[in-house]
Design a protein around this ligand. Sequence first.
Ligand code: PLP
Length: 373
Amino acid sequence: MTNPANPPNVPARGGPGLPQVRRLVTEIPGPRSRALAARRSAAVARGVGETLPVYVHAAGGGVVVDVDGNSLIDFGSGIAVVSVGNAADGVVEAVREQVGRFTHTCFMITPYEGYVAVCEALNRLTPGDHDKRTALFNSGAEAVENAVKIARSATGRSAIVVFEHAYHGRTNLTLAMTAKSTPYKAGFGPFAPEVYRVPLAYPYRWPTGREHCGEQAAARVIELVRDEIGAGEVAAMVIEPILGEGGFIVPGRGFLPRLAEFCADAGILFVADEIQTGFARTGQMFACEDEGVVPDLITTAKGIAGGMPLAAVTGRAEIMDAPQVGGLGGTYGGNPAACAAALAAIGFIESADLPARARGIGELALPRLRALA
Ligand SMILES: *Cc1c(COP(=O)(O)O)cnc(C)c1O
């Protein structure tokens, strides 16, 4: 199917040069979006949900322009992905340059520099100054799966501890780790075994109030791990430093450091799933820096590559190097175009100091949101 002729107001291309305006020229969704929605119903599986039924034609800066020429503010941001913009100049140029040379060789077959450079950048940027290694994958769920594989290989243990309200992805193992039944899990079981769910320090709902939530919840988790799961059985504790799906939940203060300390004592690997919180979304490069927590393994994806599919597991060298040669990888993991995009996106996040910008937005927005609450 070729592109339909552009209606008036629809730009030929995207990028930050698009007028940064909200401008409606038809009803929402417009006639072209409605026609595409009809084709979608006849062609796309129903299980793939949708939030806003306007079909995008071009995007740039903070707007999306739909196929009817409406310009909308992009609050969706590619589901917490496009921190550097939804068609950032540097990212687009880097991808163009890369695909002009080659699109794919498979890093496990014929390697290339971009993959190595992304691993170097992640080793440098993630918390802790210990010796690190990184492996690249395609999606967040794939990164979480591989963090579990690596943790089991390194510890020789099988149990995985996860938390209430957690989201870790939609593959079978990560569905076992994700908390919410509908829409994610209903009808899709049985799920992978040896995944144990424990309480989260959820200040708003903690029975004795928010003040001692962090320490009390940590004590409860430690008790459950010791008495019911068996600390010696546990390979890893996997947690989002700020939860992003069962509500945006900032765990009570002290919870993460206490758990990290317990894990270190018990030989359990502390895994931070920073797929949503990573790359300057919370005022630091990574959210666990807020309480000075240094995870053994950290998973990243979403914001890493300006919208190109890329994910990673980064961690202590001796843990990352535990799996046998050939035990990690995949056909597309660390695809060269995605790596080029990541290097451009990471370069922009650092040079524009986006963590400071996130703090500024927080200072502006939080008092107003608290007043509304
Ligand atoms: C989005 C997300 C995932 C899954 O990433 P996909 O790329 O959708 O597979 C895993 N963990 C967290 C915390 C996420 O936000």
